[in-house]
Design a protein around this ligand. Structure first.
Ligand code: DC
Length: 228
């Protein structure tokens, strides 16, 4: 697939800092940031609200066509609409994240979102993050990055985030959840989390945010992005 616009694909495991970094890169480059995890989370929220178990592939697949996901931008911030309702905040709960990991393994769910994801990158320069952007969604992306960090570091980042929000949490449980989520995302048969052959690996365990942002912008420039 040939993209008309410049696309930066950022894949990696949960808690690697993809969204924080991608948002900053987007701001610096004037790109649109597309958070595909939010779309899976919105489907997960829909099924939870309907009382459907995320483990029930048949019921989830049957319900998916009823969940219309749209994306809009308010002052550069992505909003996810589920059947017209802004669910951008509600999808951030841990319970929704876990359900998203389960439902994202189903072909019907992935097929439902693929067209939307690709269409967003057709005419606009984007930095899109997820698990399968470089491998499946935008295989023709000009720049691809696989962003990771050790499970302990990722758990610590999430722990800090939740504490700041005043949520009760336990570091060991978070680390365990992260390891299980990685396992699930990497081992599913369809669009598993994996580094694209032509992606640049960035391990952010010992890097500051600014360093990671510069590394991604450097990668994009090395792939032909012209920056004024
Ligand atoms: O990045 P996140 O935690 O918001 O993603 C939630 C879940 O969605 C994650 O466990 C895996 C799934 N996901 C996916 O399968 N493919 C994507 N491109 C993005 C997310």
């Amino acid at each position: 697939m040939q993209n008309q616009a410049f696309a930066i694909a950022v894949d990696g495991p949960a808690g690697a800092g993809k969204s924080t970094i991608a948002r900053l890169v987007a701001r610096q480059l004037g790109f649109v940031y597309v958070d595909t995890g939010a779309m899976y989370r919105a489907i997960a929220l829909y099924t939870l609200r309907r009382g459907i178990s995320p483990q029930d592939e048949e019921a989830v697949s049957a319900a998916v066509p009823e969940a219309e996901i749209t994306i809009c931008y308010e002052e550069g911030i992505q909003k996810v609409l589920l059947n017209g309702e802004d669910v951008s905040e509600k999808i951030r709960r841990e319970e929704v994240g876990k359900a998203a990991s389960a439902v994202s393994a189903y072909p019907a769910v992935r097929a439902h979102l693929l067209g939307l994801q690709r269409s967003l990158a057709q005419t606009t320069n984007v930095i899109m993050d997820g698990r399968d952007i470089g491998t499946c969604v935008l295989p023709g992306a000009q720049a691809k990055v696989f962003l990771t960090a050790s499970p302990r570091i990722r758990a610590m980042r999430r722990y800090k985030e939740l504490k700041e929000k005043g949520e009760m949490c336990n570091l060991q449980e978070i680390e365990q959840d992260i390891i299980e989520r990685d396992q699930k995302d990497m081992s599913r048969p369809i669009a598993p989390l994996k580094q694209a052959e032509d992606a640049v690996l960035i391990d952010s365990s010992d890097m500051g945010i600014d360093q990671v942002v510069s590394a991604i912008i450097g990668t994009a420039k090395s792939k032909g992005l012209m920056v004024r």
